[in-house]
Design a protein around this ligand. Structure first.
Ligand code: TXA
Ligand code: MG
Length: 338
């Protein structure tokens, strides 16, 4: 199969919607990361997403809608709080887990009785869903285990020949995937941090961060979100997340780096002599925007070990920390520890 790159014109979006309504999978831009979209109600089409990604079948997909009415087609019982949060944060990077309706096949929900719903704000995603007239299931458009793609080129790198078309909607604005929440005790639990931060959610209701966000879930442990189990966002290089002052970081890298190793620095950091580097911004927003692209660039440079400065886990930084922690396979070196 050849993979065609489409622009965001109405004509191209109609073409993309025709692929989807014929049961195919299309690369779709969103404001978080690119997704692989198929008709959420068509089990056979959704199977093709899992095949294209090489994704484990127990990892559920997020279902994307283009208006509030569409939620009712995919959800059997919408909590009152969901409407409040939707009003405040949709369209945008917030996924809410709710009981699924019978229209959503178990392939889509990874065998669960719940489904994650999101209303993306990217205009091309919005229009595509509208043209299809059905909710679209869409996981991130990477091969399972690789960093999520934030440009159509990166989708093509992973999906060339596996899907018929990719819509090029420019660079994803946020750069990390949506915040995933579930409902409990009149509030919400954050299962995956993203562009809608805990602080923002707290303005509406109680919001707790699940333990799995910041620590490794043991094998065999019960997890609230199957995605937590998998080593995610992993580049081929071995990433070490280094906590501590810039001085201690430099000293550590000078003593431990060898040929082929790289530093991943904040923008305002000086290079460590003799060790090549990439920068990933200084603010949490920029770090979120570029992190996955940097991880892919490090692979292109055949980086062996990457010594990454540890991001500040505040606001959107919690999402950055969560992703880089997984990229590092939970390897954190704390230089301030006595
Ligand atoms: O920003 C995003 O959310 C992107 C774009 C394309 O919309 N999509 C995305 O999908 O990141 P994916 O499949 O790569 O990640 C979905 C995450 C997984 O960790 C999955 O386990 C969790 O959401 N999830 C989905 N449905 C769930 C459910 N019913 N219960 C618990 N976790 C769920
Ligand atoms: Mg993903």
């Amino acid at each position: 199969m050849t993979t065609e790159i489409l622009d965001c014109s109405e004509e191209s979006l109609i073409k993309a919607s025709e692929f989807i309504m014929r049961g195919e999978v299309v690369g779709m831009p969103t404001e978080t990361v690119y997704g692989l979209a198929a008709n959420a109600f068509d089990a056979e089409a959704v199977e093709k997403i899992f095949a294209a990604k090489g994704r484990p079948s127990d990892n559920p997909l997020i279902v994307h809608v283009s208006d509030f009415d569409m939620i009712k087609e995919a959800v059997s019982d919408v909590p009152e709080l969901a409407y409040k949060l939707a009003e405040r944060f949709w369209p945008g990077p917030l996924t809410m887990i709710m009981p699924k309706s019978e229209s959503v096949p178990y392939v889509t929900s990874g065998g669960l009785d719940t489904v994650g719903i999101r209303f993306p704000s990217h205009p091309a995603a919005h229009r595509l869903i509208e043209l299809c007239g059905v909710p679209l299931a869409a996981p991130s458009a990477n091969l399972s285990g690789s960093p999520s793609p934030t440009t159509s080129k990166r989708v093509l790198d992973d999906m060339n020949g596996r899907i018929p078309a990719i819509i090029d909607g420019g660079e994803s604005l946020v750069g990390v995937e949506s915040t995933v929440i579930s409902f409990e005790n009149g509030g919400v639990r954050i299962l995956r941090p993203g562009g809608i931060t805990r602080e923002m959610l707290l303005e509406v209701c109680p919001a707790e961060v699940d333990r799995g966000v910041l620590s490794e879930v043991g094998s065999g442990a019960v997890v609230r979100s199957p995605g937590m189990k998998y080593r995610h966002y992993a580049p081929k290089a071995s990433v070490k997340l280094i906590k501590g002052s810039v001085e201690k970081y430099r000293e550590y890298v000078l003593h431990n780096a060898s040929e082929g190793d790289f530093c991943l620095l904040f923008d305002d950091c000086e290079a460590v002599p003799g060790v090549p580097h990439l920068c990933y911004g200084s603010s949490a927003e920029i770090q979120a925007h570029v992190l996955f692209e940097r991880l892919r660039q490090l692979d292109e440079k055949n980086a062996k070990t990457v010594f990454a400065r540890c991001p500040d886990p505040d606001g959107v930084g919690l999402a950055v920390y969560n992703r880089i922690l997984r990229a590092a396979g939970f390897c954190v070196i704390d230089l301030e520890e006595k």
